[in-house]
Design a protein around this ligand. Structure first.
Ligand SMILES: Cc1ncc(COP(=O)(O)O)c(C=O)c1O
Length: 360
């Protein structure tokens, strides 16, 4: 409230309040990056990234078949072709082998999503990008504070794209941030976000046909306050996720998301799992219905892989075989991060409700 009051009393509520620059500097430093460019949401940050990286008509961009639609939609918006590849059976992240098989002479970029907070296999995706000269963008909308061998999500590829939308672990209702260590790229992205201006280039001087994607000082105030709580909340969720997964390790037919060994910090945006109906004797939908009736927040995954959206029914994409993504639509689920924010007793209650929903 104090930070919000400061913005309100300053009379400068828009994108040029000092808090916006402070958030960009502090968040970029947290992500181990030299530059942060804030924007209205985590969709436009990715669009800015593709544009600033020179991705456009005639280019192909490899994306996982499972993600929120923005990961593919931004590719379409810059006039390039999204190429959907399958995910791995338990990581829920893009399968590097499938990504390698999808590369063509037209491939310009890859977007690696760190789904639910568990990171895509950067030890295989980074060399793949290097081998073919591809731009690698991290869609880190779920991965604030995730770490791969000590390196923060958002600092491994050319750029990291974060979301501060309502459901995220840090939020101002809406908001986004692009992080990078490339100064020229950061300047191009900033220009696209700020109506084509150049830093220090004058208010009425516009160099590229960008847009107004600025966040407001009010959003930055809320985010600075949320940012302070992030490390403690990550610790709490990490503790509770470990407890919950251990409590349910003997449940027949329930498999939780595989956690890569190289990942040493996970913000636990989602607790993901799959149900093997044959060995459990319950379908995912039965599990989901029962858990929801017990007042535990749970989602029955996405209704389709990204290419199943009406947007892609008439083409405008290439679809590689995606049997795992198709299977997950029928058997996967997630619990949102707030289910992991309780104390030990509440977490044990959530685990007990999940066990009952599994019929065990
Ligand atoms: C994986 C992923 N990427 C991108 C986005 C887009 O973020 P925003 O809603 O801030 O535009 C989301 C939002 O839910 C997401 O889950």
């Amino acid at each position: 409230m104090e930070l919000l009051r400061e913005v309100i009393e300053s009379g400068r509520w828009g994108g040029y309040h000092d808090f916006v620059g402070r958030l960009e500097r502090e968040f970029a430093a947290f992500v181990q990056c030299a530059h942060g460019v804030s924007a209205m949401n985590g969709t436009v940050t990715m669009e800015m990234a593709l544009w600033a990286a020179g991705v456009g008509p005639g280019d192909e961009v490899i994306v996982p078949a499972i993600s929120f639609v923005s990961t593919a939609m931004v590719v379409s918006r810059v006039g390039a072709l999204p190429v959907f590849v399958d995910i791995e059976p338990l990581s829920f992240n893009m399968d590097p082998e499938r990504a390698a098989a999808a590369v063509t002479p037209r491939t310009k970029a890859m977007i690696a999503v760190h789904f639910g907070g568990a990171m895509a296999d950067m030890d295989r995706l980074l060399p793949l990008a290097e081998e073919h000269g591809l731009v690698l963008i991290e869609d880190a909308a779920h991965a604030h504070g995730a770490e791969w061998k000590g390196r923060r999500a958002g600092s491994l590829g050319l750029a990291g794209s974060f979301s501060f939308q309502n459901s995220k672990v840090m939020t101002a209702g809406e908001g986004g941030m692009l992080t990078t260590n490339d100064a020229a790229f950061a300047e191009r992205a900033w220009s696209i976000m700020d109506q084509g201006r150049k830093p220090g280039g004058g208010w009425f001087f516009h160099y590229v046909p960008g847009s107004n994607y600025r966040i407001t000082g009010l959003q930055a105030a809320v985010l600075l306050a949320q940012f302070e709580r992030l490390p403690e909340q990550i610790c709490r969720r990490t503790r509770n996720a470990a407890l919950l997964r251990a409590e349910l390790s003997d449940v027949e037919g329930l498999a939780f998301q595989a956690l890569p060994k190289a990942q040493n910090a996970n913000p636990w945006y989602l607790l993901l799992g799959r149900i093997d109906a044959l060995s459990m004797g319950r379908t995912r939908d039965e599990f989901h219905r029962e858990l929801t009736a017990a007042d535990v927040p749970c989602a029955a995954f996405y209704p389709h892989p990204l290419y199943g959206n009406p947007l892609y029914q008439d083409g405008g994409c290439r679809v590689e075989p995606c049997p795992v993504a198709e299977a997950c639509v029928a058997d996967a689920f997630w619990l949102p991060h707030r289910a992991l924010l309780g104390d030990e007793e509440t977490t044990r209650e959530v685990a007990a409700a999940m066990r009952r929903a599994c019929g065990q």
